[in-house]
Design a protein around this ligand. Structure first.
Ligand code: 13P
Ligand code: SF4
Length: 337
């Protein structure tokens, strides 16, 4: 073993949320991770917001829908989830016989945190005859209180598949909900949650940037606020944004989402220019602090020790699985595979 572990690994994880262990600095982490993948029949699923090194060791990189579909179908014994907690939890809900490990248990999500199940239950009780559609960025507790789960790549299609007079609660992202209300003409009741990364883009700075780069197209994630979306030439999930840059003929893009996606955009389009949309202040706020808790070292450690592991109460898992299954069935019907 290439690490110096002085405490019991379980106690270490309980204390830190991850394995806080010294690694030999000369260790070739890329080679070690490949070795562990083979030895343990493990697969690494990574979201586009992960740092470039993690994306480069991943077996699959995708948006939330793609990751859920991959997690459900994999034959690997261990799913290493390089993303945030709700994503790893979704993998466990869909594929419970697999061991699901996450590099850092504290990799949460501001959007998911904005919607605690007890408060949401009260909100639901105030709207008794409403159908609940929840964005996948929520806890298993919220999923269990929902009728259908959706992601940024299928929300519009899911909403449009329902009768026009269907009363709907949409949680937890008010920006995605407002955008879908706008494009579908619905009047869904929105939970007041938002993503800390997508709310900070500056309309003023993007407008100025556009003046300096008149040929650049603005592409935005639907978790952004309406004034930013109004500036966008294209709106979509991370995978949809990436595919757009591959098919579109423009040479320059202003990208209003987390900066991690730029790694794949540049890889797929080496001759194009990608400019991260500027946030309201001077910090690097369009880096998600939760996604960026994961590091290559933590990936290696969670594979070596097979922890932190996602464990779930079976009753909760089954209740949370129903609305995810509904989403996966509908996505297959829409050809979103
Ligand atoms: P998608 O990759 O599904 O578009 O989601 C973006 C996001 O914010 C994930 O946390
Ligand atoms: Fe959550 Fe936003 Fe980070 Fe995605 S980018 S994990 S929605 S805080």
């Amino acid at each position: 073993m290439n690490t110096m572990l002085v405490t019991d690994p379980k106690i270490n994880v309980e204390k830190n949320g991850f394995l806080n262990v010294e690694i030999d600095p000369e260790l070739d982490l890329f080679a070690e991770i490949e070795r562990l993948k083979k030895e343990k029949n493990a697969i690494i699923l990574a979201h586009y917001y992960q740092e470039p090194d993690i994306q480069d060791v991943a077996d699959y990189i995708g948006d939330s829908l793609g990751l859920a579909q991959k997690a459900e179908k994999t034959n690997a014994d261990i799913i290493v989830f390089a993303g945030v907690h709700f994503m790893a939890e979704t993998a466990k809900i869909l594929n419970p016989t697999k061991k699901v490990v996450i590099p850092d248990l504290k990799a949460g999500c501001s959007l998911s945190d904005s919607c605690p199940p007890p408060l949401f239950e009260q909100f639901k009780q105030k709207h008794p005859d409403y159908l609940v559609i929840s964005y996948i960025n929520c806890s298993a507790g919220i999923k269990a209180l929902s009728d259908i789960i959706c992601t940024s790549s299928n929300t519009q299609k899911i909403v449009e598949s329902l009768p026009k007079d269907q009363k709907i609660i949409f949680a937890p992202d008010k920006n995605l909900g407002a955008y879908i209300n706008k494009v579908t003409g619905r009047n869904m009741v929105l939970w007041n949650g938002a993503c800390m990364v997508h709310e900070i883009f500056s309309v003023e700075k993007i407008t100025k940037l556009k003046l300096r780069h008149p040929d650049a197209k603005v592409i935005a994630h639907p978790e952004c606020e309406d004034p930013v979306l109004q500036l966008a030439d294209f709106i979509g999930s991370t995978t949809q944004l990436l595919k757009y840059t591959e098919k579109d003929s423009s040479q320059e893009y202003i990208v209003a989402t987390e900066t991690g996606i730029l790694h794949q955009m540049i890889k797929s389009n080496p001759h194009k220019t990608f400019i991260p949309a500027p946030p309201d202040n001077s910090c690097a706020c369009n880096d998600c602090p939760h996604m960026k808790r994961n590091t290559l070292e933590k990936i290696y450690l969670c594979m070596e020790y097979e922890m932190p592991e996602i464990l779930m109460d079976e009753e909760l898992r089954l209740a949370a699985k129903k609305p995810i299954d509904r989403m996966l069935e509908l996505s297959a019907q829409f050809g979103l595979i």
